[in-house]
Ligand binder design. Sequence first.
Ligand code: AHM
Ligand code: MG
Length: 337
Amino acid sequence: MNNYKITTLNDFIILKQKDFPYAKGELSSLLSHIGTAAKMVNKKINKAGLVDIIGSSGEVNVQGENQQKLDVYADEMFIGSLLSSGECCGVATEENENEIVFSDSFASKGKYIVCIDPLDGSSNIDFNVSVGTIFSIYRRLTQRGEKVNNEDFLQKGSQQVAAGYIIYGSSTMLVYSTGYGVNGFTLDPSIGEFCLSHPDIKTPEDGSIYSVNEGNYVHFPEGIKKYIKYCQELDKESSRPYTSRYVGSLVSDFHRNLLKGGIFLYPENRTAPKGKLRLVYECNPIAFIALQAGGEASDGNCSLLEITPQSLHQRSPFYVGSKNMVRKLQEFLHLNR
Ligand code: AHM
Ligand code: MG
């Protein structure tokens, strides 16, 4: 990175507004508010272990999972920031059963809705493992001024206007796309700004990493079992055996594979018959980024972004990463139906 030429996230967002000839800056403002909330959450995460913010909040969320204190903090922070942007009329999050409709006279006229997992992988946080935020932005379907409803939130992933994630790792990064490629920004803590560090990210078409929770192996469908064996076979021409890497934090696993080339798998299994990950606010935004970077994403049957969600917290099998790896996996699935 050129030390003399710094492009901050906000500079970049404004610069890119010209990609949208009729844009009025609403999406730019929304993205910039997400960036600000990310900085607040980052600050809090950095203090984990020092102040009383690790561990369970004592509450259980709509999925029946124990909420961590930081889940609650991140949820409130992002919702508050989206509300105050004035560009977002409603938000769906992992932590809330139903969508939150902003009734505030300003926000209710906002053009966009946001689906977000405020703190994904939060069970890792007590152990200093990287966690992430995943977000997805859609244009509302209802007229401005009307009350947004379920339909606004149950759009196909292909309708996303923008999507991205924040990774709170050894450094904090925000990666996003508005449908014109993928760009990554690293938080420079000395100036408190996300700075462009990974312009125009392209993921390798082939890779040599596979990421899956192999503890579930015996419960996987036959095609997945055979694909895992294929990953482990010796074949110099295709760089096999592949390397197995699994953090157990989707954003971290995906981010590494995006940059290095690889495949992430979360199949259905006997204990999670529809998979574990949530289509609307986990799989779709990650799939959007993958496709924008030249990769592929599937639920094993079709392109992930073509699924019409039936409910907010719907789960889906999820396969994402380097194009040729996802295609190979699909061959295994089809042959073993
Ligand atoms: P969460 O939304 O409750 O944090 O769970 C999602 C996380 C993902 O980050 C990760 O890919 C997956 O759960 C790991 O699941 P498992 O522990 O079953 O491998
Ligand atoms: Mg999650």
